[in-house]
Design a protein around this ligand. Structure first.
Ligand SMILES: *Cc1c(COP(=O)(O)O)cnc(C)c1O
Length: 506
């Protein structure tokens, strides 16, 4: 039976999956959720399928108004030779733990997993809905989304894409990747502010009825490629299912045996996909939410309070310290407002849209909200931890020294948090750590952790050093950057973002 979508804040209005993908965010500011969780998958039926085959089975559960042929065409266009491995998302077994490598796509970070398919899902949706306007993707990025979204949408007919990033808040490789992006329909703008400022600015434009009307008259409609879009969330469920099937196939687990997923988390999109995977039949023991020093999620899971302004004092248990936004070596997780958490709030509230709306109102008005005991109990399947900069550096160094395997700083947050969790809990459950970026994307942080004497080197020199150290071939995405011309140089104030959009669409 068809599954429709409604806002986390309202159960009166329903959209089809393709409508929800086009719209991105609900009118009331809430996030789209399926009206019910689909019937569970049959895991044994997936055993002989490749990544694309598993993707079709998972996606058709959620995206019900797409035909199988449409989904298949989207999947085939997305998961092809843009990925440097036939497996698309391979599992590496390292010292008894499994790293699910989600960085084999065009921009060598996990955002490619969803953003290589979103443009196809969106243009298919536009065709299905008979849309006349050109789709304008507005996106805020903490570094990886922007590039992956531009790579996905570049020169896709009927679309334009505009990306805002924090000018001083991304790695040099991330910035160069964005500023060298080709395509007639792309524009990148740095803002003087942090990622949360960029994200709030984009959200404000989405909710600005006058701006929307003005652009609609010129033949444009906005949509979002941020991880709040169900067109990104659903493709991310696929690799959790696929990794379970691979563990079965390699004989590492038996059918029905639960696993842990440990996910380095920022906007709560990736781990939420793991949550959906568990709800559609992947046996899960714990979902481990790993934060960097911006530990607003850790504080939430521990205390039941989400407070973007104050930090939990680990000794007294009070939110007594001012919370400061930190720039870390894992910039894609430098976030204090984890948008997708709203979907988890909706589920633990017992799918209560009024309660969810009230908590979100409290967040926007007071900067915080508390959940009640019943909601806390429903968080049972989650564990959480955080890892500061020195702890992450140690995880990178030790993983390299013990296993000759190089992990990026985001994955290192996951590795460190899992190691600490294991030491504390003794939980022997097989664990999959989401490996979210190639170490080449963050070569300086990685090389500093392994060999601090290399800090004086230029970025490209560091990359070459990393290459000889790791023995992992230089990815195409890095090779291309050498000598690529800078094509974008706009920087603006937060308040100027709408004018930048007008300028782009003139
Ligand atoms: C975006 C990103 C994350 C965080 O994922 P969320 O879905 O925002 O929680 C982690 N690591 C890398 C490399 C990323 O690009």
């Amino acid at each position: 039976m068809e599954i429709r979508y409604h806002s986390t804040r309202d159960k009166e209005h329903f959209l089809t999956a393709s409508q929800a993908i086009l719209q991105g965010l609900a009118e009331d500011g809430g996030l789209f959720v399926p009206e019910r969780i689909p019937e569970p998958l049959s895991i044994p039926a997936l055993m002989d399928k490749d990544y694309r085959g598993v993707a079709l089975e998972v996606m058709k559960l959620f995206l019900c108004d797409y035909t199988d042929e449409e989904l298949k065409a989207c999947i085939d266009a997305a998961y092809d030779s843009k990925f440097d491995t036939e497996e698309i998302a391979p599992l590496a077994e390292i010292g008894g733990t499994y790293y699910l490598e989600l960085f084999h796509g065009a921009t060598i970070a996990f955002k490619d997993m969803a953003l290589s398919i979103l443009p196809h899902l969106m243009t298919t949706a536009a065709r299905k809905q008979g849309l006349k306007e050109e789709i304008v993707i507005l996106t805020a990025t903490s570094g990886d989304t922007g590039k992956a979204a531009m790579a996905g949408f570049a020169d896709v007919p009927g679309t334009r894409i505009m990306v805002f990033y924090p000018k001083d808040g991304v790695s040099p490789v991330q910035e160069k990747q964005m500023l060298t992006q080709k395509g007639k329909n792309v524009r990148v703008v740095g803002i003087r502010g942090n990622f949360d400022d960029a994200q709030s600015g984009v959200k404000r434009m989405f909710n600005d009825a006058d701006l929307k009307k003005e652009l609609k008259d010129k033949g444009f409609i906005f949509s979002s490629a941020n991880s709040i879009n169900i067109g990104r969330l659903v493709p991310q469920v696929v690799y959790y299912v696929y990794s379970y099937v691979q563990l079965l196939r390699y004989g590492r687990i038996s059918l029905g045996e639960p696993v842990n997923f440990c996910v380095p988390t920022g906007n709560f999109g990736n781990i939420l996909a793991a949550f959906y995977a568990s709800r559609i039949g992947v046996p899960v023991n714990k979902l481990i939410c790993a934060s960097n020093s911006n530990r607003v999620l850790y504080d939430f899971f521990h205390a039941g309070t989400y407070d973007k302004l104050h930090e939990l004092d680990l000794k007294s248990g009070a939110f007594s310290q001012e919370r400061k936004f930190m720039l870390t070596g894992s910039p894609s997780m430098d976030i204090l407002i984890s948008s997708n958490l709203e979907r988890l709030i909706y589920y633990i509230s017992g799918e209560d849209t009024e309660k969810t709306a009230a908590l979100m109102k409290s967040l926007s008005e007071n900067g915080s909200y508390d959940i009640d005991d019943e909601m806390k109990e429903r968080l049972e399947g989650f564990e959480s931890g955080f890892a500061g900069e020195a702890r992450c550096a140690r995880a990178i160094r030790e993983t390299f020294e013990k296993h000759s395997y190089v992990i990026d700083p985001h994955t290192a947050v996951g590795a460190a948090v899992y190691e600490d969790y294991f030491a504390q809990s003794g939980d022997e459950t097989n664990t999959v750590i989401a490996s979210t970026a190639s170490p080449y994307k963050f070569a300086r942080t990685v090389m500093n952790a392994i060999d601090p004497s290399s800090d004086a080197c230029e970025d490209m020199e560091l990359i070459d050093k990393l290459c000889s150290l790791s023995g992992v071939e230089l990815p195409n995405a890095i090779e291309e950057l050498k000598g690529a011309p800078i094509l974008h140089d706009t920087v603006c104030e937060i308040a100027e973002m709408p004018d930048e959009v007008r300028g782009f669409l003139r």
